[in-house]
Design a protein around this ligand. Structure first.
Ligand SMILES: C[S@@+](CC[C@H](N)C(=O)[O-])C[C@H]1O[C@@H](n2cnc3c(N)ncnc32)[C@H](O)[C@@H]1O
Length: 271
């Protein structure tokens, strides 16, 4: 898999290594989207592990089902998940920032795991480079400048806005914005102990995706994130273990910044 500014190869590698434990034979991937970026590459390389991939978006699930036919991978809608079943591991990659209640979402995942089960969670740094570029992109959009810039680019280079994301077909805005500490507090409160942390990449998003070209630059961008303080990462990745039941304390409150960003993102998606 070719690396990109978002660290797609670094993520598959990080999650793949987390799943390479002899006790993991069943994996729930929640918010799997189309499965193109993560679930399918993981399942293709782990024939002896069963993957149940669920999403609340029917179009994404349909796309996943049409993309591959693997005996160890089942796509389904979240509502159809067999709630009596428990998994050895769960993946929630780039989902926590979309959910109405992060506490309830993590408590649900805790309940779906066997005792000692593993959770792999990735989510953007709500204050990192990627989310900062999103503020600029959204500001340009609200001023009506973004479409003009895209037209100018097409005229100059013959290329459009670039390929659309293939991870999901859902219109699902970011409504939560976390620091690393926020995520760690949420995980602890939900009965998980963080075993491993890794940043994904340093720079990505509007502008950087076009500026950072070439294999070596893209590889540097993924590597340098490991040496920088976590506040400089665009995205956080965690492996956590279920060590108990979820607590009752409120671990995350959507503040004014998150409410403002969430409202802008909803507006931009026409929701
Ligand atoms: C950015 S995509 C991530 C897709 C995939 N995990 C990946 O990283 O390639 C976020 C996905 O989460 C899904 N989603 C959001 N909230 C959800 C929820 N409460 N339950 C299940 N899926 C959810 C959306 O429909 C969307 O497909």
């Amino acid at each position: 898999m070719r690396e990109n500014t978002y660290g797609r190869a670094k993520r598959v590698d990080f999650i793949g290594r987390a799943l390479d434990r002899s006790e993991i034979r069943s994996v729930l991937d929640i918010g799997c989207g189309t499965g193109a970026e993560l679930t399918i590459p993981l399942a293709e390389h782990r024939a002896d592990t069963t993957f149940v991939a669920v999403d609340e978006d029917s179009k994404s699930i349909e796309a996943g089902r049409n993309a591959v036919d693997l005996p160890n991978l089942t796509f389904g809608l979240s509502g159809d998940l067999d709630l009596s079943r428990r998994f050895d591991a769960a993946i929630a990659s780039e989902v926590l920032e979309h959910v109405e209640s992060p506490e309830q979402f993590l408590a649900f995942l805790n309940d779906r795991l066997v005792t000692g089960g593993w959770l792999v969670l990735t989510t953007p740094n709500g204050y990192g480079p990627f989310e900062m570029t999103q503020i600029i992109e959204t500001a340009l959009w609200s001023l009506g400048v973004l479409s003009g810039l895209r037209r100018a680019k097409r005229a100059l280079t013959g290329k459009g806005a670039g390929p659309a994301a293939d991870d999901t077909l859902a219109l699902s805005p970011h409504i939560n914005f976390f620091s690393r500490r926020d995520v760690e507090r949420l995980l602890a409160n939900a009965g998980f102990s963080v075993e491993t942390y890794s940043p994904r990449t340093f720079l990505c998003g509007f502008g950087f995706d076009h500026l950072l070209k070439g294999e070596r630059t893209v590889a540097w961008n993924a590597k340098v994130a490991d040496r920088l303080p976590s506040g400089f990462a665009s995205d956080f990745m965690f492996v956590a273990r279920k060590v108990g039941a979820p607590g009752k304390a409120l671990a995350y409150r959507r503040g004014a910044y998150a409410r403002w960003r969430g409202a802008l993102n909803r507006q931009r998606m026409g929701l």
